[in-house]
Write a protein that binds this ligand. Structure first.
Ligand code: DQA
Length: 150
């Protein structure tokens, strides 16, 4: 099962970026944990981080034709601003699980709304790296459920 993992803007700075909010793990360390979880579930990951909305939109829109079965995504600040990414999610034809390291509902008012979440199967928020790990399990379980129905 091929899955796409997308990390949005400034997540390349994890480890040094506001560690009191986002923790001390680097993006590389988070990706290593995701790779280990994927191995346990028999999934194969393609992982991309970008600070550019269009790059993320292109990745979402081409995910299916590239053989992916689902998308695990932390859209970062674009969650709160990007109708373009919401439309791409709705157009891509794949289940998308949104994750956030911090609890977006316990922070500034502007973080409480996520456009991208409106197109997602669900959201895991506030558990640090475990948001990603749980999100990957939930995405893979959802795809297995969809396959069993077919
Ligand atoms: C974030 C939360 C967003 O509000 C913020 O803009 C980020 C990271 C998180 O993982 O907690 O960049 O998506």
């Amino acid at each position: 099962m091929k899955l796409l993992v997308l990390h949005g803007p400034s997540l390349d700075k994890l480890g040094t970026r506001e560690p009191e909010i986002y923790g001390s793990l680097s993006l590389g360390e988070i990706n290593a944990q995701l790779e280990e979880t994927a191995r346990q579930r028999g999934a194969e990951l393609t992982i991309l981080q970008s600070n550019h909305e269009g790059v993320l939109a292109d990745a979402i829109l081409s995910a299916r034709e590239n053989g992916n079965r689902g998308i695990l995504m932390n859209p970062a600040a674009y969650s709160h601003t990007s109708i373009a990414l919401l439309d791409a999610i709705r157009a891509c034809g794949l289940p998308v699980v949104e994750v956030h390291l911090s609890n977006i509902h316990a922070r500034e008012e502007f973080r409480r709304h996520s456009y991208t979440a409106m197109g997602a199967v669900g959201v895991v928020t506030g558990f640090g790296v475990d948001s990603y790990i749980a999100g990957l399990h939930l995405l893979s379980a959802r795809i297995q459920q969809l396959d069993a129905r077919d």
